[in-house]
Write a protein that binds this ligand. Sequence first.
Ligand code: SF4
Length: 288
Amino acid sequence: MQLPSFVDLRPIGRCNLSCPFCFGPRHEVPSMTRETALRIASVLQQNSVRGVVVSGGEPTLLPYLAELSAELRSAPPSETPMKLVLSTNGLAPLPVMERVLPHLSWVALPLESADETEHRQLRTGAAPHRDRVLRLLREIRQHHRYVRVKLGTVVTRRNTAGASRVLDLIEDDKWLPDVWKIYQMSETSYGADNGDWLSVEEMEFEEVVARCRRTAADRGVRLEVYRNSTRSGSYFFIDPDCTVVVIDEKGERRLGDFFSLLAGESPAADVVLAERNVGNFMKTYPEL
Ligand code: SF4
């Protein structure tokens, strides 16, 4: 099996939030061991993977995250290190983040709504989540300028009013993200459990996107949009139990164990389309 250029590594399902739209692995799934995670990092290196997004669950809960990040970024002197993105909910204490930040190219942080009630309905399990994300954003902008920031906003039926005003929470232009990405909520994992009260119709989603475009343009922030209709063929996830998960027209498809697939022929891996995989990553985490 040939690996795609960009891989989403999800070594942990556990999280200190319980967002009802979460599309990650189930929280109770045991985490990947340190040894396995480092072995995967080394395989990704050897196979010239160009970029990895480490997510979960909440990856900052992994005791070996800094070591894994360093391993992913280590490359022979003649080669360019891969791009490394940490997708985090922003709740980790600063000392934890400071061990990881030096290895990162990008950090992805979430903010769902300028309206506090809307935000609390969607980022459940810890308070005050929004303030802690904003504090971390300021800290990164002030002291870690070499790390780019992507802000993500998942649009559900519950935050159609406040999603487009998320940038209003960032008063000073100095702290604005490099990219703001608007996600259409997808009915995957916990999102499937809660689709009846969270899913947003196409037309309503496009209205939110149009409003976001105006606010992004006003503040000079680059806007990207994720639509469920275009996700097929873009992603190659490696889950905590080492299962490779891809997305095709019908939804998530579990292909099998990463190491077994790597050793054999797997036509199913063709579900990842090079153009979509590269396009999705490079638009979300562009060269700036
Ligand atoms: S969406 Fe992210 S922060 Fe929320 S429960 Fe899932 S992994 Fe945790």
